[in-house]
Write a protein that binds this ligand. Structure first.
Ligand SMILES: Nc1ncnc2c1ncn2[C@@H]1O[C@H](COP(=O)(O)OP(=O)(O)OP(=O)(O)O)[C@@H](O)[C@H]1O
Length: 802
């Protein structure tokens, strides 16, 4: 069968029984037709021996067919189609106990009896292995619709929104369930783990026709995204494979349901009847409205029923005479489904890389066009090609010279050169920024701590004081300058310049990018007392770190921790005065410097604006003088040059002077701005460090139990990748042995089964953990004795290969 079909494919599968109603159900040799002969019962219970016959021709009748063959016939094509980008849906429908769950999931204890879903998951990963030219991403979600409520069967594995927020949403022509968790999976085993986890969470109950009756509709969706690994192929495809196990329709008189199970049955029957209505509408080409929104089930399956999907239905029937009416109604549903049309299409998306290629082609064409124009206009060709390394080097040299003032212009003839010039400017700017940062780093750092063993804070303060304000320029501490030593900053060209030994001043007010190498060296030499934050960190990691030497007495005395952790705000204050006092002090000092620098920046800005205003005024005055001179008639020299008066000359010189001052102030403004940014960065770093150290301290002091801390400490028994021996031995010995024996046996006989059994064992383990009584918000509560309601949480069954 090809992946492209036009109608829904429908099969019938019968549940094996020793009591098969041969006289009522007849399979024709074509393997596709099933005839039903039903005696009609007359009114008032009188037997009406008139036979009514129905004949249903479907795509196949699966009678006494193994699970493996059912998968091959029903689902294989759809699964492979999904890997080729077609959406696919495999769905089981039928009366309760007819074998839907057996068909879809099969027996989780038996590899051979596994159903369509585990086989499909295996096929997906096997096929992926065989397509090395494709990069595939597989995700999985598992939805349950129980009593018209959407539930996430894998909610225990996620931290996302709660189930109450789940809703069926239509977007861009496709349908999805908002709030349903979608899990990335890499292997068959991971996929099976999720399947078994979800299966255990399903709602089941026991009634007269099925002791493990599913009380909900379930949709397991495999989301596949496939990209070509070969560059030439720019498209990628996505697909959705829906594997649907519907709850069974039931005659309440037969199942004897009551209480909660009765309520569930009413919901199930109602939603199946809505499903039937939707199918009838879909099959009728004259109907333009399909009532998908009548129930959560039809809404969630909207794009699987009438969309662009390969849809396959398995109609499960229970071939006993007692169930002939249900069989008839299931077959009617199946034949309606068969009339429904779907249009499978590959979900193909174009990669942006392809767009780039198209644009590159376009550029090529435009270049050729330009070349023709150049020839016609007698221009040199090749102006539009990418620049060679030599040309770039040439531009680089010119830009440098231009910035140094050696040349006045840069030769530019085309757009590429303009771009390169800007690029060079950018590079130089970045270099300057880095250099400024390096220099500021050296300036804005901690002073070296004294080696004294006395009071740490006092000693440090002393050391810092020693390094402040040294006029010979050798060594400055950060932000410890007393107010008197802080710079008096110039507010206007007439105001004094900042002191050159200010702790936050930049050594070279000019362009740092162009400062000479010698200057940089001497700059770093003058800062030999400085300690950067990073250095501080590394020192603190040394065994003999200062913090341990400088423990506050309160820290040392804290032998016993309080019963409950103190309020964080209170603890934070304590931390700042004890363990975190050093970093807190740095933070404070840096903040002070930042404030002061900001203030200086404001003043400098005012000053630059003032200078600009004065320049404008001087310009205007000069212009007025010139105009008056011209109006009054000019005196010319013997060379014909106009003679200007002394006051005009003075005004001209003043204007030049103002311009010079303006330029230098502007330069300083830019540098100060960079300093402010850097100071802000430092303050932020300190703040983050203070908070993170506080977190560690708080947890260690009050939250993490001391035993745990000792275990986690380096050299403790827990190391990454090592399972604690106590945990490893906690498994039941017999079970371990049994499992490993089985593993070896299986490995030899059927290596493909290992993922299945690994996942099964994990599910059982989780199941045991869950068996410990715990309040469950909506599952398994209020269980009634008969019929019994539960989730599928069973204790491990014996594993078997058959
Ligand atoms: N083809 C089959 N081969 C062997 N056993 C089967 C087959 N079909 C059904 N069964 C058995 O019949 C019982 C009922 O089947 P199952 O639970 O799959 O029915 P169902 O249609 O899902 O019922 P419900 O709608 O109540 O959940 C199970 O014990 C199952 O193992």
């Amino acid at each position: 069968m090809s992946s492209r079909g036009s109608g829904v494919t429908v099969f019938v599968r019968t549940r094996p029984t020793g009591n098969f109603a041969q006289d009522l159900i007849q399979y024709l040799p074509d393997g596709k037709t099933i005839n039903i002969h039903m005696r009609k019962t007359g009114q008032k219970g009188l037997v009406n021996n008139q036979l009514s016959d129905w004949s249903f021709r479907l795509d196949g009748v699966l009678h006494d067919v193994s699970q493996e063959n059912v998968y091959d016939i029903v689902a294989k094509r759809v699964v492979l189609g999904a890997l080729d980008g077609y959406n696919g849906t495999v769905m089981c429908f039928g009366q309760t106990g007819a074998g839907k769950t057996h068909t879809m999931t099969g027996a989780t204890e038996s590899y051979k009896q596994r159903g369509i879903i585990p086989r499909a998951l295996q096929e997906v990963f096997r096929e992926i292995e065989e397509r090395p030219d494709q990069a595939n991403t597989v995700r999985l979600s598992f939805l349950e619709i129980y009593n018209e409520t959407l539930l996430d069967l894998l909610s225990s594995l996620r931290d996302g929104p709660s189930e109450s927020q789940m809703a069926v949403v239509e977007e861009g022509g496709s349908v999805y369930v908002k709030g349903l968790s979608v899990h990335l999976i890499h292997t068959e085993e991971e996929a099976l783990n999720l399947l078994f986890e979800g299966e255990m969470n399903r709602m089941i109950a026991s009634h007269a026709l099925n002791k493990n009756s599913s009380r909900s509709h379930c949709i397991l969706t495999v989301h596949i995204e496939s990209r070509s690994r070969t560059l030439s192929d720019a498209k990628y495809i996505t697909s959705k494979l829906n594997l649907v196990d519907l709850a069974g329709s039931e005659r309440l008189s037969k199942t004897g349901s009551e209480g909660q199970v009765l309520k569930e049955a009413l919901h199930i029957n109602k939603s199946l009847s809505f499903l039937e209505q939707a199918i009838i509408a879909l099959a009728d080409s004259r109907r333009d409205h399909v009532p998908f929104r009548q129930s959560k089930l039809t809404h969630a399956l909207k794009d699987s029923l009438g969309g662009n999907c390969n849809t396959v239905l398995v109609a499960n029937i229970y071939g006993e005479a007692a169930h002939i009416e249900e069989t008839l109604s299931t077959l009617r549903f199946a034949s309606r489904m068969k009339c429904m049309q779907t249009v499978p299409v590959v979900n193909e998306h174009i990669d942006p890389v392809l767009q780039v290629k198209i644009l590159e082609k376009e550029i090529q064409l435009l270049k050729q066009e330009l070349a023709i124009h150049d020839i016609l206009a007698n221009r040199t060709s090749g102006l539009y090609d990418a620049l060679t390394e030599n040309q770039i080097a040439e531009i680089h040299g010119q830009v440098r010279k231009y910035l140094e003032g050696t040349v006045e212009e840069i030769d530019i003839v085309n757009i590429r050169q303009i771009q390169e010039v800007f690029a060079q400017f950018k590079v130089i700017l970045q270099q300057q920024e880095q250099e400024v940062e390096v220099r500021l780093c050296q300036k804005f750092t901690l002073a070296e701590r004294p080696q004294s063993t006395g009071s740490c804070a006092a000693a440090k303060a002393e050391a810092l004081r020693e390094t402040v304000g040294e006029v010979d320029g050798r060594g400055f501490g950060v932000g410890v300058a007393p107010p008197s030593t802080k710079p008096v900053l110039p507010l206007s060209p007439r105001r004094p310049k900042p002191k050159r030994d200010s702790p936050i001043r930049m050594e070279n007010a000019g362009s740092p990018g162009l400062c000479k190498e010698g200057e940089m060296n001497s700059l770093s030499r003058t800062n030999h007392f400085s300690v950067s934050l990073k250095e501080l960190e590394s020192r603190e990691q040394e065994p003999q770190n200062l913090d341990s030497q400088c423990l506050h007495p309160a820290d040392k005395e804290r032998h016993s921790r309080p019963d409950s952790p103190p309020p964080r705000a209170e603890a934070f204050e304590e931390f700042k005065s004890e363990r975190g006092s050093e970093i807190n002090r740095i933070l404070k000092e840096n903040k002070e410097i930042l404030l002061e620098r900001k203030q200086w920046l404001r003043e400098l800005t005012d000053s630059v604006n003032q200078a600009k205003k004065e320049i404008d005024e001087a310009k205007n005055a000069l212009q007025e003088r010139r105009e008056t001179r011209q109006q009054q008639g000019e005196f010319l020299t013997s060379e014909g040059e106009p003679v200007i008066e002394e006051d005009e000359l003075a005004a001209l010189l003043r204007l030049q002077e103002l311009k010079g001052l303006y330029r230098s102030q502007y330069k300083e403004l830019c540098n100060t701005r960079a300093e402010v940014q850097y100071c802000q960065h430092l303050v932020e770093q300190c703040r983050i460090r203070l908070l993170s150290e506080f977190e560690v301290w708080y947890n260690e002091s009050f939250v993490i139990p001391e035993e745990v801390q000792s275990v986690l400490r380096a050299g403790g028994p827990i190391r990454p990748g090592l399972i604690p021996i106590s945990k490893a031995t906690a498994l039941d010995k017999d079970e371990q042995e049994q499992f490993s024996r089985l593993r070896h046996k299986l490995l030899a006989a059927s290596p493909r089964a290992i993922s299945f059994y690994n996942a099964h064992m994990k599910a059982q383990k989780r199941n045991r953990a869950k068996a410990t009584p715990r309040p469950q918000p909506h599952r398994g509560t209020g269980a009634v004795s008969t019929p019994q309601q539960n989730t599928r949480s069973k204790l491990p069954a014996i594993l078997s290969l058959s």
